[in-house]
Design a protein. Structure first.
Length: 94
């Protein structure tokens, strides 16, 4: 996923709804998890389950997950932990 500092904020966006991320252990050189959604159009109904992203070698830094205007739920513990998703509300569900 792209780093949020590399993406400019857009005022109009595609609606992101009902995406599930279900992974087992996945080794990566750099570990970044980012859910950067539009200010005017939030991402809704995101689901994370069994997500385990770990660096290929010890000593690599695992970035803290980043969320912006992203709504959803974490069904199982994730690596790294994702605490930034906002809970779904009746106003955000479609």
């Amino acid at each position: 996923m792209a780093s949020p500092k590399n993406c400019s904020n857009q005022m109009s966006a595609v609606v992101i709804n009902g995406i599930s991320y279900i992974l087992r252990v996945h080794m990566m050189l750099e570990v970044h998890m980012s859910f950067a959604c539009s200010d005017s159009t939030p991402c809704i109904n995101l689901t994370l389950a069994q997500v385990e992203l770990q660096p290929v070698t010890r000593g690599h830094i695992v970035a803290i997950p980043f969320c912006w205007n992203a709504h959803g739920s974490v069904l199982t513990q994730t690596i790294p932990p994702v605490y930034c998703l906002m809970e779904e509300t009746n106003a955000t569900k479609e």
